[in-house]
Design a protein around this ligand. Structure first.
Ligand SMILES: [Zn+2]
Ligand SMILES: [Zn+2]
Length: 147
């Protein structure tokens, strides 16, 4: 199962579980539970789409909780956030979309409506938009989204 591509975590959250997430991170330091709050995001857009040849485009963005890698969501053509998890085992991603603060736990397949406060910036630049980047998004981009 891939991470849900949701605008908010409402209705999908395992109630109370964020306490289990918070406690070890706060009390036992930066490496616990696969989240390092001090690591800044790698880039304003998907790091892998940007470095690809030819470069790609993405729909929504996810930030790795452990190393800060910014990758594209599972609706995006290349699904780089999930690929990053598969390649590294890094467990959590946080939404990198403005106004969203949910985390997804790949190992437990659990969505948290919030989690540890990560170092800024906590989202992509709003003016960047979605999908992005504008000069690489095809006119029929909706047909290219994954399900
Ligand atoms: Zn990507
Ligand atoms: Zn990572």
């Amino acid at each position: 199962m891939h991470a849900p591509d949701v605008r908010t975590g409402l209705g999908l959250v395992a109630a109370g579980t964020q306490d289990e997430l918070w406690r070890p991170v706060q009390s036992r330091g930066r490496t616990m539970e696969g989240i390092d709050p001090e690591v800044p995001p790698s880039s304003p857009g998907c790091a892998d789409c940007t470095s690809a040849d030819p470069p790609g485009w993405w729909f929504h963005l996810r930030r790795c909780g452990q190393c800060g890698h910014v990758g594209c969501c599972d609706s995006s053509p290349s699904q780089h956030a999930s690929a990053h998890h598969a390649a590294t085992g890094h467990r959590f991603v946080r939404s990198f979309e403005p106004g969203e603060e949910w985390f997804w736990d790949y190992d437990e397949q659990v969505l948290y409506d919030q989690g540890p406060e990560l170092v800024a910036p906590v989202s992509r630049p709003p003016e960047q938009g979605a999908p992005a980047p504008a000069d690489r998004v095809p006119a029929d981009w909706k047909r290219h989204l994954r399900r």
